[in-house]
Design a protein. Structure first.
Length: 459
């Protein structure tokens, strides 16, 4: 038994293990490949700077105020302006999608689909245009994540570097995953979490031969972004400590969050399958985003990617009745925006939804077992939901720690919640939120390719 485990670990970590059938050994990287890695990191860091500056500029022009705190400025904006801004975002979304369809011959392609089934090849101009549109409408209040744009930009940079340097298909597949992870790392200042996200979630294997290029890419991109963007945690919160109460709650709440994650992923898949076609591409975003604007008058927390409301939850500053309302409204707004055809990310919205769910599940627990700060439940819920929806438990834990500046005070209950939620979600639903576009045949083929990339070690 011990010998079998040692052999399995050696096959997992051996840098010379073969990649996919028909490809050369991905562990034997050349100088050209490492040069492409560094250049991808530099290009992605610059792209993240440009996209973040664009987001802040647009937000300042349409809402007023500065920085990334949309909730604060929207809370002091007249009601009519909420509706007007979101209607304008809907018109821009519809017109932008129709224009992209008319002016570009290449069809849009999801990053996950490109990595697994197109060897990382993406239509560059369409992808960059979609990323730019995503940043603009998120700044205007669309309930989607801003990380989608830098991820797309990083993938495009990696794809271009692969073309320039003549990389093999398997090297290109890895580099595109690294570029996408570097985009997230640069946008949020999370180099380790971004690298693990690239290999665990996008590339599907925590193998050493994948981790090292991912780390170099994300470190380079984050270092470049820190020349302009702040080097600070995204969420400001107190240092919470673990306890028997929190650990017990994590064991109870983890499976519930896992079930909720399955529903969330399936809702995303359904919304993606039913995106409007033809002339409805122009009408649907206007109707949906106009509705989001109307709802945001009493509940401005539904606007944007959810960063602001998650930070309030981590600090225990959301009233219980608002918490319950937002648990219904916030994910519904994200699903509707996605289903209307609006481009955007799902990382921060998923994290915010988990924080809301954790906060709601913590309400009765705090009554039964008083003394635990409300923010602890939100933090654990955010980590568990993120892990279950991405099916990347290791990267989710590291991302939560980097995003919040969180050390190890309550790491045990966080790990318990993450493990329980991921186990339940993965048992029921093989897709992550990033695999929502894949059909059953593609999911099975991806699993076969993933196992082969690991040297036939099942994960």
């Amino acid at each position: 038994m011990k010998l079998g485990g040692i052999v399995a670990m050696r096959r997992l970590l051996a840098p010379s293990a073969p990649a996919l059938a028909g490809a050369g050994p991905v562990g034997h990287f050349s100088v050209v490949f490492w040069l492409a890695v560094v250049l991808t990191g530099i290009g992605t860091g610059l792209a993240a700077i440009a996209l973040t500056e664009l987001l802040q500029t647009v937000q300042h022009l349409v809402w007023g105020g500065g920085g990334l705190d949309l909730l604060q400025v929207a809370s002091h904006t007249p009601a009519w302006r909420h509706v007007a801004i979101l209607l304008a975002a809907g018109l821009l979304t519809g017109a932008g999608q129709l224009l992209l369809t008319r002016l570009t011959s290449a069809n849009g392609i999801d990053i996950t689909t490109a990595i697994w089934f197109q060897a990382g090849r993406l239509p560059p101009w369409r992808t960059l245009a979609s990323a730019t549109l995503s940043v603009v409408i998120v700044a205007m209040g669309a309930s989607l994540g801003r990380e989608g744009a830098p991820k797309q930009a990083g993938a495009v940079v990696a794809n271009a570097m692969s073309d320039r340097t003549g990389l093999s298909d398997d090297q290109r597949r890895l580099l595109v995953a690294c570029g996408a992870g570097a985009g997230m790392a640069a946008a949020y200042g999370v180099p380790l979490g971004g690298a693990l996200f690239a290999v665990e979630v996008l590339r599907g294997a925590l193998a050493l031969r994948f981790v090292l290029p991912a780390l170099l890419t994300t470190l380079t991109a984050t270092g470049v972004s820190w020349l302009v963007l702040p080097d600070a945690p995204t969420y400001r919160m107190p240092n919470y400590h673990g306890s028997v109460s929190v650990a017990a709650w994590a064991l109870v709440a983890g499976p519930v969050i896992g079930l909720a994650s399955v529903l969330y992923v399936r809702a995303v898949a359904m919304a993606d399958r039913n995106r409007p076609q033809g002339w409805r591409r122009l009408l649907a975003p206007v109707v949906v985003l106009g509705l989001v604007g109307a709802v945001s008058i009493p509940f401005p927390q539904v606007l944007g990617n959810g960063r602001d409301v998650a930070e309030l939850l981590f600090n225990g500053q959301v009233a219980p009745w608002v918490l319950v309302c937002l648990l219904l409204l916030r994910p519904a707004a994200t699903i509707l925006c996605l289903g209307s055809g609006a481009p955007g990310g799902l990382f921060t919205p998923s994290l915010a939804t988990g924080a809301l769910l954790g906060g709601v599940l913590g309400l009765p627990w705090a009554w039964l077992w008083p003394g635990t700060p409300a923010g602890v439940f939100a933090l654990m819920g955010a980590g568990a939901m993120l892990a279950a929806t991405t099916q990347g438990p290791i990267s989710a834990v590291v991302l939560v720690m980097e995003l919040t500046g969180y050390a190890r005070e309550a790491i045990v209950p966080l790990l318990l919640a993450v493990a329980a939620a991921t186990l339940v979600a993965r048992t029921i639903e093989p897709r992550s939120v990033y695999d929502a576009r894949l059909n059953d045949t593609q999911v099975q083929e991806r699993q076969r390719m993933r196992d082969h990339a690991l040297g036939d070690v099942s994960v």
